[in-house]
Design a binder for this molecule. Structure first.
Ligand code: GDG
Length: 487
């Protein structure tokens, strides 16, 4: 399908398109919508507003035309092999990712990575400038695209531009290491509304703008010399709660949860971790904590098991390869030292699974363990809560995950404190059903009220309100549009 110039009333700009290339049985290739929360949230609003989504389709194929998949208008922007290495694996995942996650790993600064980041951002901005209708809304997503708002504003001052950062925004003490700190701040200031997961991140940003760029600020507003005002506020992201509940309630998923339990030898307690294999997620420390409980006989392999799913991620980046080896070695050692025949301490799966299998795992698990050193939100924690239809099960959650702001009834832990984590794991394991129910009921209420549709609608409603005199207003489709999620 040809997408006409200046025809889209809503444009999403993200690093990735929301589809994956799949090979059919007859060898032909097609696209399948990837099952993420972001697509679920934006799909209805895109349909209601002639939306188009610009993103990298994965791979290095060039010259791809815009196409429609499941009724969504998709605009592929290709990356060359060099750009994948420098923009994506390099500046995005080797510089910004660790820098924005409290330096959990050491960020690398390379000038050629930066140059590539600028070039790719410019290409995405140019494309958005071409397809956005007069007065349209453009919503730019995440850390790979932080220069797009200002580049777009220069080309198309008529647009309403929103930006959302899915990962944390660091305090000034860390951010100022970045040789291109001013450029990034100015890139973001091209937006009318900048959304963060937590209020603290928005405050970090506003403070930095005042100190580094010298603009006037007041609370969540930045006043630019040209008279424009930029708002920076928190919009904590969520999940398709209803979708997860339905999936968890389905017969095949309930059946599969039973099978999983049986395959594990019907232990009394199943502990579960599900993460992208990423050094921010705290997988190593959590497995160590659990293994020490087994070693010290607080838990026994006959009645407890830890299932860890680690989804392959960024495998060409050196730090990720090293992490994989470290975890492989740790799991091998723990199982070798403490396991028994047919009874591993840790059932480790380095693989990705369909959503149904994820829901079955959530249903099967008695204690969900989410212990990142730093995480923007962490959707796994919310998905677990959504799948606990019987209002039971325990959540052990890092204080440093954004989700800890909302899921206060979890067992909150400091992932750097191994003894503290051990104590929380024991408490969660030994908690009375009444206590589990009290906590889970409260968390389920939160996750039901604040779903991803409400997140998208509240952001778009706020964006519309920041420049009411300008352009068209995107029509919200969900239920929470007028309540305002920001805090
Ligand atoms: C970034 C921020 C923020 C994982 N393995 C499989 C699978 N998943 C799904 C989970 C969940 C998602 O991936 C992971 O989301 P997280 O929030 O845990 O983490 P990041 O990937 O780091 O996401 C994060 C998020 O953006 C949203 O703003 O919360 O803080 O870092 O939905 O279910 N899904 C399937 N198979 C798998 O094997 N189907």
């Amino acid at each position: 399908m040809a997408l006409k110039n200046r025809s889209a009333d809503l444009v999403i700009v993200a690093n990735r398109l929301p589809v994956d290339r799949v090979e059919e049985a007859d060898g032909s290739k097609s696209w399948r919508t990837s099952p993420g929360g972001l697509v679920t949230a934006l799909e209805p609003v895109m349909r209601a507003n002639d939306g188009a989504w610009i993103g990298w389709p994965g791979g290095t194929e060039t010259g791809m035309k815009p196409f429609t998949s499941d009724g969504l208008s998709l605009v592929p922007e290709s990356l060359s092999a060099e750009e994948i290495e420098e923009h994506y694996e390099g500046f995005s995942n080797g510089t910004l990712w660790p820098l924005y996650h409290d330096l959990v790993a050491k960020p690398e600064f390379h000038r050629e990575w930066w140059d590539s980041y600028v070039r790719v951002n410019q290409r995405f901005a140019d494309r958005a400038a071409r397809i956005a209708a007069e007065g349209a809304t453009v919503w730019v997503q995440d850390y790979q695209m932080q220069l797009v708002p200002q580049m777009l504003r220069e080309a198309r001052p008529d647009l309403k531009i929103g930006f959302y950062l899915h990962i944390p925004f660091p305090p000034g003490e860390l951010f100022q290491q970045l040789p291109w700190r001013r450029e990034i701040l100015q890139g973001l200031l091209g937006a009318d509304l900048i959304g963060f997961q937590l209020p603290g991140a928005a405050q970090n940003f506003v403070r930095l703008v005042r100190q580094r760029v010298g603009h006037k600020t007041h609370r969540d507003l930045v006043y630019l010399p040209d008279g424009r005002t930029v708002k920076a506020a928190a919009f904590p992201i969520s999940i398709d709660t209803e979708g997860f509940e339905e999936l968890a309630a389905s017969e095949p998923v309930a059946q599969r949860a039973k099978e999983i339990r049986e395959a594990l030898g019907n232990p009394r307690t199943i502990f579960l971790g599900i993460d992208r294999l990423d050094y921010t997620k705290g997988i190593y420390a959590r497995l160590r904590a659990f293994s020490e409980l087994v070693r010290d006989e607080h838990l026994s392999v006959r009645d407890s098991v830890f299932v860890q799913v680690a989804t392959p991620s960024r495998e060409r980046v050196e730090q990720y390869r090293r992490l994989r080896d470290d975890i492989d070695r740790l799991v091998g050692r723990i199982n070798g030292d403490l396991g028994e025949i047919g009874r591993p301490v840790i059932s480790y799966l380095h693989s990705s699974y369909p959503r149904e299998e994820m829901a079955a795992l959530y249903r099967a698990a008695d204690v969900m363990v989410v212990t990142p050193f730093r995480d923007g939100m962490n959707l796994v924690a919310k998905e677990y809560v959504a799948c606990r239809l019987e209002e039971d099960g325990a959540l052990v959650l890092s204080e440093f995950a954004g989700a800890a702001d909302e899921l206060r009834q979890a067992w909150l832990v400091n992932p750097y404190d191994i003894n503290g984590m051990k104590a929380a794991l024991r408490e969660a394991h030994n908690a009375e059903p009444k206590e589990l129910n009290r906590r889970m009921r409260a968390m389920r209420k939160t996750v039901k009220e604040r779903n991803v549709t409400r997140w998208a609608d509240s952001f778009l409603a706020e964006l519309a309100a920041t420049r009411p005199d300008h352009g068209k207003t995107v029509r919200p489709v969900g239920d929470g549009a007028d309540e305002g999620d920001e805090s």
